[in-house]
Design a protein around this ligand. Structure first.
Ligand SMILES: Cc1cc2nc3c(=O)[nH]c(=O)nc-3n(C[C@H](O)[C@H](O)[C@H](O)COP(=O)(O)OP(=O)(O)OC[C@H]3O[C@@H](n4cnc5c(N)ncnc54)[C@H](O)[C@@H]3O)c2cc1C
Length: 602
């Protein structure tokens, strides 16, 4: 149990009791599915994650990939695990049956993928980047590009990357300098350097398809001049066979704190002036294409953060039950046996905090994945639009909140292990190191905050905020009718009103003095995030109450499970949600302490 990936009862609860995923099977796209097929997918994923991915998680961390100037090598278990993953058809899981996919709802694919992330986030990164890459080509590529690349990506013959970052352009993509010059045959010649490209080189697949952001000379400046290109490691002939090596050079591997199983690469494009790329879609729309896929990618990042937090939580829970240390404050007799540390209130605090963070984050990421399905297959245009608005608004939270708080969960898991948690003999230190990436990549925490306050919260005259307020009011109304939950409903209502009041105060300043209005954007992200998670916890508490009311099912361990949900909800409302009041106060005061201190005074 110490190395359990997830509490499967929790995952099934989220999917079937909170999100009613089974209802999706009444929609034409998912009509071939049933609760049984959904469960079978999860069972297969769980078995594969436990048997093929988890066993080499530590080994991959200790033996990171190496580069001898010619080839990248890594432990063989990575390739074996990925072959099993591809053979099971998981890369194409959400795609149409006609493309060889399983036509699963996104919420089910995210649920299944969460198990691989929990098992071994470094190995799982290869197929998940490939899935993101394939989704872009599927959505925006030409028929010829799909024929050449898409099927090979969906079967795992080729793997993919997302190549955005350059040494001088990380958060600020408008400053990329990689160029793409048109050739008479319709292809482009690329030239430039990318850094931090995950899975940028390896020998795990026949080919690597890079999706590269570059600028066509003469185009508009800044982000409006960015285009997107398919740049394969080996050129692909029209019949799908591999041609010559393209001019993409691995100039070095980056050695990281965590996520060590995934190669992190520095790539040079066109060092010998023969790097061929194919334009995706229209020129200068590259960033729009990439961002279309970002919602899912960012939910995926949040999910990875959740799963690392979840594993730490489960490991520290097992440890707390087994580790004897100390006695109750009332027991001064050294002859009595020591208590397992789970008996100490402070250890329970750390366990409950972890539970609230990881199960709250899990519920949010799955909810957002369900919104993707709603946006695509909702009953009518109004339902689809509502889902789209909510998804846009909640994506920065789904990415950032778990990256911050499930990392905090990992820190608490180490704390529960005491000195042992700080050693490499126990798994919790690796979970922390792996998770530390998540507030950095796919848009840093600070950049997500600017996106939320500067754009998402105020876009379309606040339409997304209105959609969010409607959902909160719906949940609060339902909870008000339950005497156990009515108090939380009132607190949630007050927290949501606080978010709205802060936005009303900041909106005019955003127009007049954006530097001041955005100076404390991270606090807004955190206050909004905590309010969202409080709402998500109340949804779980409502489902737990329904479960408890069902009598027989609520006996025994199921009753314990539901009561655990109510306790974690209570913890979040008592310990976490009240913090937002002070954050709002600071935000509304337009505090300029950070802005006003000049760099030379540090
Ligand atoms: C392990 C790993 C894997 C990665 N994988 C990929 C990949 O596959 N593909 C890819 O393209 N990239 C990848 N990246 C790159 C990653 O997306 C960038 O590191 C990230 O976007 C931040 O860019 P930067 O490192 O240049 O930091 P900077 O942009 O220099 O940021 C440094 C600090 O300044 C802050 N900052 C920057 N600008 C602002 C601003 N305007 N306002 C407020 N604060 C600001 C940031 O929040 C941050 O705290 C990866 C990175 C790592 C570490």
């Amino acid at each position: 149990m110490a190395d359990a990936i997830v509490n499967r009862r929790d995952l099934d609860f989220q999917l079937f009791e909170v999100l009613d995923t089974e209802a999706l099977t009444s929609r034409p796209r998912f009509a071939e599915h049933s609760r049984e097929t959904f469960l079978a997918v999860l069972d297969t994923a769980q078995a594969m994650a436990e048997e093929e991915f988890a066993p080499h998680n530590r080994k991959a961390d200790e033996h990171e990939p190496s580069f001898d100037g010619q080839r990248v090598s890594m432990i063989p278990e990575v390739k074996d695990a990925l072959e099993a993953f591809c053979e099971a058809g998981f890369i194409a899981a959400a795609h149409d049956f006609e493309r060889g996919g399983m036509q699963l709802p996104v919420v089910m694919t995210q649920a299944a993928f969460s198990l691989f992330k929990g098992a071994n986030v470094g190995t799982a990164a290869y197929p998940f980047l490939t899935i993101g890459n394939a989704n872009v080509i599927h959505r925006f590529g030409s028929e010829a590009q799909k024929a050449k690349y898409l099927d090979a990506l969906l079967t795992g013959r080729f793997f993919g990357t997302m190549a955005l970052t350059e040494p001088q352009a990380g958060s600020s993509l408008s400053d990329i300098t990689t160029s793409a010059t048109p050739n008479p045959d319709g292809t482009y010649s690329l030239r430039g350097n990318k850094i931090f490209i995950s899975a940028g080189d390896h020998e795990l697949s026949e080919n690597i398809v890079h999706l590269v952001l570059a600028k066509i000379p003469g185009g508009p400046p800044g982000v409006k001049g960015i285009s997107l290109f398919i740049v394969p490691k080996f050129r692909v002939n029209d019949d799908g066979s591999l041609g010559d090596r393209n001019d993409v050079t691995l100039t070095g591997l980056i050695h990281k704190m965590g996520y060590r199983g995934t190669t992190s690469t520095m790539l040079a494009f066109g060092e010998n002036d023969r790097c061929m790329g194919e334009l995706v879609g229209e020129p200068h729309k590259g960033l729009t294409y990439m961002f279309h896929m970002m919602n899912e990618a960012r939910i995926g990042v949040g999910m990875g953060a959740v799963m690392l937090g979840y594993r730490g939580y489960l490991a520290s829970l097992e440890y707390a039950k087994e580790r004897p240390q100390g006695r109750a404050p009332t027991d001064k007799n050294p002859a009595t046996p020591q208590l397992p540390i789970i008996e100490h209130a402070d250890v329970r605090r750390m366990l409950l905090a972890q539970k609230a963070y990881v199960e709250g984050g899990y519920a949010l990421c799955l909810y957002c994945a369900r919104l993707v399905d709603e946006q695509r297959t909702g009953a009518d245009d109004a339902a689809k639009r509502q889902a789209g608005l909510l998804l846009d608004l909640l994506t920065p939270i789904a990415k950032s909140w778990p990256s911050q708080w499930c990392l905090e969960a990992n820190s608490l898991a180490i704390q529960i292990h005491g000195g042992y948690g700080y050693t490499r003999e126990y798994p919790v230190e690796q979970f922390y190191r792996d998770n530390r990436l998540n507030p950095i990549h796919e848009g840093t925490h600070g950049i997500q905050a600017l996106d939320l306050l500067g754009r998402k919260a105020v876009m379309d005259g606040g339409a997304a905020m209105k959609a969010f307020a409607t959902e909160i009011a719906r949940t609060a109304a339902e909870a008000s009718a339950d005497p156990v939950l009515a108090g939380y409903a009132a607190e949630l209502g007050a927290a949501a009103a606080d978010v709205a009041a802060t936005l009303r105060a900041l909106a005019p300043v955003l127009a007049e003095n954006p530097t001041l209005a955005l100076a404390n954007a991270v606090l807004f992200l955190e206050a909004f995030g905590h309010t969202t998670i409080a709402w998500i916890w109340l949804r779980q508490a409502l489902a737990a109450q329904r479960g408890l009311r069902q009598g027989a099912a609520a006996q025994g361990t199921d009753g314990d499970f539901y009561r655990g949900k109510l306790a974690a909800c209570r913890w979040f409302y008592r310990w976490e949600l009240p913090k937002t009041r002070q954050w709002h106060e600071l935000l509304r005061s337009l505090d300029d302490t950070t802005l006003s201190m000049p760099p030379e005074s540090y």
